[in-house]
Design a protein around this ligand. Structure first.
Ligand code: NAP
Length: 436
C-alpha cells in the first residue's frame, strides 16, 4: 500500500488527489491535509462571492473526497504541528499544494499606514477567512484606490462598487455585507503602472463593470494606442481592450452616483496621511522599449482613505523546503522539489492561471509520482495512522470528512453555491460546531 500526503485542499490539492486516486485505485491511501477544519482553499476564500458559477467546481472535489481511498485531515498546520520531514517519514510522497495566500509588498513609503491593505486580506475578509474576520477596512471615506491591473484588482473594485441588491444570490459573509451597506465610497480608482494593452484583466470580468447598478466606469481615450494596434493582440485580450475602448467612448452615466476610474500609466511611489492613508502619490509613466513602465518624473495625488494593493501573491515558506524568492514559490523542476517531495498549483508555478489550470498541473505531478513509485510496492510507511498518533501526542485535534460536513451543515453552509453565511467565521466557531 502506498501512502500519499497532499498539503492544501484547494483546487491544486484536489485535482492531484483525483489524479492519484485514478492512477492507484485501492493500492494507495491519499490524505488531503489543511490548516483549516474545512477544505477548498481558494474556492472558499478567494473566488468572489458574486461569482457563484466558479464555485460549482467544489462538487467535483466532493466526489474526490468521497472516494474510499481519499481522506481529509483538517486543522493541521504543516510546518507547525508536523514538519515536512516528519511527513516524509510517514508517507511515500508529500505534495505541497498550499497556494499563494500572502500579499506581495509594494515596497513604497507609507504602505504600512492604517487603511492600506493587501488584496488577500480584503478578499479574505469578504469571503469569511478566519484570519481576516476582524480586518475592518475603512469604508467611511469617499475615495478608495485599488493598485494593480489584474482580475483580483477587478474583484476588489467591483465588490466595493456593488449595492446590497447586487449581492443577492451571492454567498458574501454577513459582516462584510453589513459594512459595505454602510460604505461612503463614491470613487474607486484602479491604478495600473502600464497601459490598457498591458492589463491582465479578462473580458467577462471587465464587462461586468458596465452593468453595475450605481457605478459607472471612467476610462481616458487618450491612454490607448491607435486602434490598429489591437490587431496584434490575442483574441481574448483584444476583447478586453474592446470593452475598455467602449467604456472610454461612453460618458459616465449621470444617474449613477459612483465612479470606477481606470488610471493608466500610474505608478504609486508613496502613500501619505496623518496616522492613516489619505492619498497616494503617483508618478506618471510611459512604456520603454521592452514594454516596462518608466517614470516620467511627473507626479500627482490620488485621494484614498482605503488602499487595496492587488499586485500578486506569494507562497509562504516552510522550514526545510527550498524556496524561489523571486518567483514567490517553492523551488522545483516540473513539480519535483526533492526526493519524494513535490509541489503543485501556485506553490509550483507562481500565482497565475485560473482554477482549471490546476487540473493538468495536478495530473502531471501525479504522473511523476506514479512513475517514480509503482503501485503494488511500498508497504512500510505508517500514513494517516502514524500522523494521527503524532498529532495526538502534540495535543492537535484534526478534523475529518464527517466533521467538515457537520461544520458546513450546522454553521456556515459554505462552498455550496448560493448559500449565504450569516456569522463571523473563526476557526473556534467551526470547531465549536462539532459540539466541543
Ligand atoms: P496578476 O494577474 O498577475 O496581476 C497583477 C497586477 O499587479 C498586474 O497588473 C501587475 O502589473 C501589477 N503589479 C505588480 N507589481 C506591481 C507594483 N509594484 N506596482 C503596481 N502594480 C504592480 O495577479 P492577480 O490579479 O493577483 O491574479 C492572480 C491570478 O488569478 C491571475 O491569473 C488571475 O487571472 C486569476 N484570477 C482570476 C479570476 C477570474 O477568473 N474571475 C479572478 C481573480 C483572479 P504589471 O503587468 O505591470 O506587472
Amino acid at each position: 500500500m502506498r501512502h500519499f500526503a497532499i498539503v492544501g485542499s484547494g483546487p491544486a490539492g484536489f485535482y492531484t488527489a483525483e489524479a492519484l486516486n485514478k492512477a492507484y485505485g485501492e493500492r494507495a491511501r491519499i490524505d488531503i491535509l489543511d490548516r483549516y477544519p474545512v477544505p477548498y482553499g481558494l474556492i472558499r476564500f478567494g473566488v468572489a462571492p458574486d461569482h457563484q458559477s466558479l464555485k460549482a467546481v467544489s462538487k467535483r472535489y466532493d466526489k474526490v473526497a468521497e472516494e474510499p481511498g481519499v481522506d481529509f485531515i483538517g486543522n493541521v498546520t504543516v510546518g507547525r504541528d508536523v514538519s515536512v520531514d516528519e511527513l516524509l517519514e510517514l508517507y511515500d510522497a508529500v505534495i505541497l499544494a498550499i497556494g499563494a495566500p500572502h500579499d506581495r509588498k509594494l515596497g513604497i513609503p507609507g504602505e504600512d499606514l492604517p487603511g492600506v491593505i493587501g488584496s488577500a486580506e480584503f478578499v479574505g475578509w469578504y469571503n469569511g477567512h478566519p484570519d481576516f474576520a476582524d480586518l475592518g477596512p475603512p469604508l467611511d471615506g469617499t475615495h478608495a484606490a485599488v493598485i494593480g491591473n489584474g482580475n483580483v484588482a477587478l474583484d476588489c473594485a467591483r465588490i466595493l462598487s456593488k449595492t446590497h441588491h447586487e449581492f443577492e444570490g451571492s454567498d458574501i459573509v454577513g459582516h462584510a455585507l453589513e459594512a459595505l451597506d454602510g460604505s461612503a465610497i463614491k470613487t474607486v480608482t484602479i491604478l495600473g503602472r502600464r497601459g490598457p494593452h498591458q492589463i491582465a484583466m479578462t473580458p467577462k470580468e471587465l464587462g461586468e463593470l458596465g452593468h453595475l447598478e450605481e457605478s459607472s466606469p471612467v476610462v481616458e481615450a487618450a491612454d490607448f494606442p491607435p486602434v490598429e494596434a489591437d490587431d496584434a493582440l490575442d483574441p481574448g485580450h483584444r476583447k478586453s481592450i474592446t470593452i475598455l475602448r467602449e467604456f472610454a467612448a461612453t460618458p459616465p452615466d449621470a444617474t449613477k452616483p459612483r465612479r470606477l476610474v481606470f488610471d493608466f500609466f500610474a505608478r504609486p511611489v508613496a502613500i501619505q496621511g496623518d496616522g492613516k492613508t489619505e492619498r497616494i502619490i503617483v508618478e506618471r509613466t510611459m512604456l520603454d522599449q521592452n514594454g516596462a513602465a518608466r517614470g516620467t518624473g511627473e507626479t500627482y495625488e490620488v485621494p484614498a482613505s482605503l488602499v487595496i494593493s492587488a499586485i500578486g501573491y506569494s507562497t509562504p515558506q516552510i522550514d526545510g523546503v527550498p524556496y524561489d524568492e523571486r518567483g514567490g514559490k517553492f523551488r522545483n523542476e516540473g513539480g519535483i522539489i526533492g526526493n519524494r517531495l513535490y509541489a503543485v498549483g501556485w506553490a509550483r508555478r507562481g500565482p497565475t492561471g485560473t482554477i482549471g489550470t490546476n487540473r493538468p498541473d495536478g495530473y502531471e505531478v501525479a504522473e511523476q509520482v506514479a512513475s517514480a513509485m509503482p503501485a503494488g510496492s511500498g508497504d512500510d510507511r505508517a500514513g494517516a495512522e502514524g500522523l494521527k498518533a503524532l498529532l495526538a501526542e502534540r495535543g492537535v485535534l484534526p478534523t475529518d470528512y464527517d466533521d467538515w460536513r457537520k461544520i458546513e451543515e450546522t454553521e456556515i453552509g459554505r462552498a455550496r453555491p448560493g448559500s449565504p453565511r450569516e456569522k463571523l467565521v473563526r476557526v473556534e466557531d467551526w470547531l465549536s460546531a462539532l459540539g466541543g
